[in-house]
Design a protein around this ligand. Structure first.
Ligand code: OFO
Length: 165
């Protein structure tokens, strides 16, 4: 049976993961509206991943006899000054999520909640990947700079993103 403190903290993280999905869906809509279909696809795949993250925690709470309480989600921004600015915001967001996951691991340790700590271990590794993926796109777009043709090629490349990337 999960303890109350951990249950509450994991419910908060379900909200954070759903908020991440919401943010990336907003970015997908922004890119699609601007005609960057490859980047829109990248963000859509990312939003789907975030929903899977939320469900991992959702299932963990339920499997341990806890209660899942879904919370209200704030509306994300709708627009960004440039593709680079959107991906920089995505990278910053992932750093924020990494910090939250690390604090959850610390809480699981303090509570001697071994199942939660084991479940969160997956997220610790995943966050390394999440930050790396976003940072790689930021670096790509920084290299492209204001080169329109380069941006078209980058968009094409990002449109190739598969579900596991
Ligand atoms: Fe769930 O990893 Fe991104 O936010």
């Amino acid at each position: 049976m999960i303890g109350k403190k951990m249950e509450e903290a994991l419910n908060d993280q379900v909200r954070e993961e759903l908020s991440s999905a919401y943010l990336y869906l907003a970015m997908a809509a922004y890119f699609a509206h601007e005609g960057w279909d490859g980047m829109a696809h990248w963000m859509r795949v990312q939003a789907e991943e975030e929903l899977e993250h939320a469900l991992r925690i959702f299932d963990h709470v339920l499997e341990r006899g806890g209660r899942v309480t879904l919370q209200a989600l704030p509306a994300p921004e709708e627009t960004w000054p440039s593709p680079l600015a959107a991906f920089q915001a995505a990278y910053k967001h992932e750093q924020h999520i990494t910090g939250r996951i690390h604090r959850l691991v610390e809480l699981a340790r303090a509570e001697k909640d071994l199942p939660a700590e084991a479940m969160l271990g997956w997220f610790v590794t995943e966050q390394v990947e999440e930050e790396d993926h976003a940072l790689k796109v930021v670096q790509l777009l920084e290299r492209v700079g204001g080169d329109g043709r380069g941006l078209v090629l980058a968009d094409r490349e990002l449109g190739q993103r598969g579900k596991e990337d």
